[in-house]
Each structure stands twice: as C-alpha cells, then as structure tokens.
Design a protein. Sequence first.
Length: 389
Amino acid sequence: MSIPYNNIDVCIDVSNIVHNYKQLDHVGGNAIPVIKSDAYGHGLIETARALDNVGAATFAVGTVGEAALLREAGFSGRIIALLGPQSRSDFNLLCERNILPFISRLEQLELLHETISARSASMPAAPAPVALKFDTGMARLGFTPEELPSLLSWLEEHDSIHVVMASSHLATADDPEQKNFVKEQARIFGGVASALRFSNVGGALLETNIANSAALLAYPDLRLDSQRPGIALYGANPFHGTAWEEKGRGLLPAMNVTAPVLQVRTLKKGQSISYGRTFHAPRDMRVAIVGVGYADCYTRGLSTREGASGSGGWMQLHGKRAPIMGRVCMQMTAVDVTDIPETRAGDRVLILGGSGANAITPEELAGWWGTIPYEVFCLLGLNKRRYLD
Ligand SMILES: *Cc1c(COP(=O)(O)O)cnc(C)c1O
C-alpha cells in the first residue's frame, strides 16, 4: 500500500462515466470515448477498462505515448492518437502497437512511409491505417481544404498507407450564439469528406467524424459515422449557462473530492486571517482550516476577492455551504463555519461533488475558479485517486 502524500481524496465513480457513455452512445449511435489527458483526470486505464466492459470498441487519446500505455494495459481494440506522431519513437510505436494516428501534415505521412519501408525490409508489412485531420476553422492542427489535391496525389502514390478515417474539430458547438460557425465548419468538412469518398484514396467505406460532446448532443446532422465525446462522459454539461442547458441534462459527474478539517477556531470581530490579511472578521466567527491548497491543484484564484464582499468560492460540510475566507495557501484554506456549529477537526469537507441542493457541481466550481470544468477535472485529478466499486 502506498502512503498518500497529501490529504486530498479524489474518488471516482466509474459507474457514472459508464452511465454517461451509454446515454451518449445511444444518442450518437457510435460514440468513441475521448480519454486523453488521463481521461480528463479520471484515470486512463480505469476509465477505458470500465467502458471496454460495456462494449466501447474504439478509444481516442491525445499522445501516441498515451495510446501505447493503453495497449500495454491489454486493450486490443482500436486506439486513436488525436495529437498524432511527433518523434521517431512515436512513428515506431504506431507500427509496433497498431495505433491509429490523426495525421495533420504531409511530413508526418512521409515519415510514416519511411518507418514502414524500413520495417518491411525485414518482413512484409500491411498498409498502415491513418485518420486524416482537417482544419475547417479551429486553426490548430490539420490539412486545409486547399491542401487536399496534393494530399490525394501523394496518397495515390503510396500504398504503404491506408486512409480509414477523416476528422475535423469544432470550435463553437457548445455556444448556441455561434451556430453559424458550426454550420460553416460542417459545410467545409462535408466537401472534404465527399472528395475523399470519391477518390481512390478514401473510398466509400471511409469513416467520418466531427462531433465533440456538444455537437453530439445538439446537432443531429453532425453525428456522421461516429462521434468523439469527452467532457460529457465525465458528467459536465457543455451547455451550462446557455439557452441549450436542457440538451445536456441527465449527465452524472463522476469525480468527488474531499479534504479534512485540520482545526476549528474562533475569529474575533476585527481579527484578520491568512496571508496578506485580506479578510477581517465583520463579527465573531467560527473558522475551519481545511487541508487543501494550491499545491493540491486547488487554485489560489479561489481566495476572497480583495475589496469585494463575495467569497472566492465555497466548500460543503455537513450538507451545508461554507465560503472561503482570505487567501488560499499551499496546503490549507480557511472557510467560514459560523453557521455549521457541528464542525469538528477530522470532518471531511467536499471540494467538488456531493448530491442535493448544496452539491458542488463541476460547472459551479469552474465558475468561481474562472475556468471550465475540463480544467477543474484535469487539475484535481492529478491528486491521488481512488475508485468506488
Ligand atoms: C478533446 C477532443 C474531443 C472531445 O471534446 P469534448 O468537448 O470534451 O467533448 C474531441 N475531438 C478532439 C480532436 C479533441 O481533441
């Protein structure tokens, strides 16, 4: 048994991820779980194992290294590496471990062809499957539609490589106000996909996908052959705070984070608390010092806003909400428990999760934090995790 290095308990309920997957797969028809970045902090292998058990046949990770780890853990299904190969060792891993890469520039095809040729010098190799990534408006990775003719002629000349998938990624699917940009990206992708289907390269069997969680839920026309949901698998509503909130209902968050009360103390009216004395007690108060801080990826940005009356964030204990007081420290944060008199040292405080009206939802914590649930999950998930069975 390993000794926990900090006081934070991150508990993952994978059955909620399974519930969300089933819902998304039912709506989309063919959902490929996106489990990059350690399954958004929920655990790469544990998440994949649970979804594999309920029939997920393909997984999408970020790096080729993540894909190799998944293979190492015994997954025999299709594994997509969304970031594509970046180094000599990545290209070798693709071939050795049968990983399907997203390819977004010609040089990657050339290096893949070289790798295959070098390997097949000793034994004949089957053509390597690839997914072509197209940039339709995100302007990060991918071939542009203008590059398509030269891409097609390169592929026609190299039968060491076999195109099995074409993909693109949407920039605004979670924002009802930016529907037009989604339509524009979809139109561009539609043109690319049909050009590939009518070429000798892709063929009619080419699999296409463009939908992330938000598009899977909100754009039936964009469900295509498969979909790539990430955030909704982990129970956050991509439409939180928008007119489409209803479309993301029924998803169950899977991450619960707690920390212990280290000490309960009194703060006399006028006394200050924590570094910088940014908070002075307006009356006599009870304070709980909770064992979580920015070293545990609980951001210092949740400190009381100076000059503002509102707290930077809340925790939950004994089913009630307690506001943060003063600055979040490295391994400690103070909360106001004046109205929760039953608080004792050793109590567990909820930082994220719980049920009922006072649950700390990922969307709410992200709002206080000034970010999105994606980042909250990825960061809090860096702490030691445990799994509910
Ligand atoms: C992360 C990612 C997704 C998943 O997006 P969500 O908004 O989390 O559903 C899908 N496709 C690609 C290429 C990604 O990088």
